[in-house]
Design a protein around this ligand. Structure first.
Ligand code: PMT
Length: 399
């Protein structure tokens, strides 16, 4: 079933300003959204803002004759496919947990029979308070889904857990509900990001990979129903909910982590930019300046994806190829040489796409086949690639 009608509840807190962006993104994604605000929320952002963004009057009163005629609170709860409360204050959460119904928002919670998603936002001390955690546990036991909160600096000056999740992350959670589960039952291992090869205690060799491509694959694979293990080099990206993650540093660490997990995997996607060479010896002390020129003695790292492809009981193995010239030729060569099932080639070092960009384009090759995906954002591209992998996997298992 496609869930398209969202009832967005907004409770009182400074994070209510983020709900305007959340609403804009939901409408952009094609959701039909109706907004309910507590009176406290209307003190932070006016209902007119949400009316303009949703295209519908905002509901604020439990007993409002005009609104009862248009759509009473029971009807509003029945209308929704999903009830999303963002931000949810500690007070609203406590009311939901204890079954209070003394305003429109809490009454709607009691009346709603659809899935409920709550994005809490509050001061970090309030979040950690035992009674808040008990309320959350209680609601979780009753099937309520929580999105966030995230850690960071707070409007009150504190730092810690309690910030409302970013609107993009909340939309992704809802999108996951609607994604066709074409990878249900599959275990996918994904490598992402760069590796760091230490020269001495203060220096290392690395590359420009941000991890965005690999993390996008992990996020989308999860949305498509897969059980995902992410082996990530050092990046500055937020962790992905419901994805098992191993944080590693060097190519040798990445190899070890992959080999620990690979036996149970159905698919491996190697999106990491793994160093091909590592310093032959790690200097224990900081290397001192000597003369005008110096040389580094490097040795080859183990090729992780090729090692996986050599296993007797191997998963469907997909490599990436990052090239600055002759993309098709080098990619097809790697497909053969590393004995891969598929290779996704991308240009790097160009103005658009590749390393550390939100965008990318891919030219994908497999035995007797190829497909190109145009420049688009990495999340979209990841979905296209995973859909192709699922199709190829099905095609190969039926031949
Ligand atoms: O991280 P982003 O900033 O989002 O950028 C994305 C990306 C450009 C890094 C990504 O799309 C990509 O191309 N990843 C592979 C980069 C790379 O190392 O390509 P390569 O052509 O050098 O390697 C070929 C394949 O062998 C890759 O799948 C690589 O993961 C794998 N490899 C390489 C060396 C090694 N020792 N072990 C490996 O598994």
């Amino acid at each position: 079933m496609i869930l398209k009608r969202i009832l967005l509840g907004i409770s009182g807190g400074i994070a209510a300003y983020k709900s305007a962006e959340l609403l804009r993104l939901l409408v952009k994604q094609g959701y039909d959204v109706r907004v309910v605000m507590t009176l406290a929320a209307t003190r932070f952002v006016t209902p007119l803002t949400f009316q303009a963004l949703s295209g519908y009057p905002v509901h604020t009163q439990l007993l409002d004759e005009s609104q009862e005629n248009a759509m009473g609170h029971i009807n509003l709860a029945r209308w929704a496919d999903v009830f999303l409360i963002a931000p949810a204050s500690a007070n609203s959460i406590a009311k939901f947990s204890h079954g209070l119904a003394n305003d429109l928002l809490s009454t709607l919670y009691l009346a709603a029979e659809c899935p409920v998603y709550i994005a809490p936002a509050m001061n970090q001390a309030m979040w950690h308070k035992a009674v808040t955690q008990e309320n959350i546990q209680h609601l979780t036991q009753h099937g309520v889904n929580f999105i966030g909160p995230e850690a960071g600096s707070q409007a009150c000056g504190d730092t810690g857990l309690g910030r409302m999740s970013e609107p993009e992350n909340i939309v992704q959670e809802l999108e996951a509900l609607n994604a066709p589960k074409i990878l249900h039952g599959k275990k996918i291992l994904i490598t992402a990001g760069p590796t760091r090869e230490a020269l001495d205690p203060v220096r290392y060799l690395t590359n420009r990979s941000s991890g965005k491509m690999g993390y996008a694959l992990a996020e989308q694979a999860r949305q498509l129903g897969a059980e995902v293990t992410l082996i990530s080099g050092p990046v500055h990206l937020a962790v992905i909910k419901n994805v098992k993650i191993h944080l590693v540093e060097s190519a040798a660490d990445m190899y070890a982590a992959v080999m620990r997990e690979i036996a149970t995997q159905d698919i491996m996607i190697a999106a990491a930019a793994v160093a091909d060479y590592t310093p032959a010896t790690l200097q224990v002390e900081k290397i001192k300046k000597q003369g005008e020129q110096t040389q580094l003695n490097l040795q080859r790292t183990t090729d992780i994806v090729a090692s996986v492809a050599r296993l007797s009981d191997r998963p469907y193995t997909v490599g990436f190829a990052a090239e600055t010239q002759d993309l098709a030729q080098y990619a097809q060569d790697k497909l053969q040489r590393k004995n891969l099932d598929m290779i996704a080639a991308n240009w790097v070092g160009q103005a658009e796409g590749g390393f550390d960009s939100d965008l990318n384009a891919l030219h994908v090759y497999w035995d007797n086949g190829e497909k190109s995906f145009k420049m688009t954002d990495k999340l979209q591209l990841a979905k296209q690639l995973l859909t192709l992998i699922a199709e190829r996997l099905n095609a190969e298992s039926t031949t």
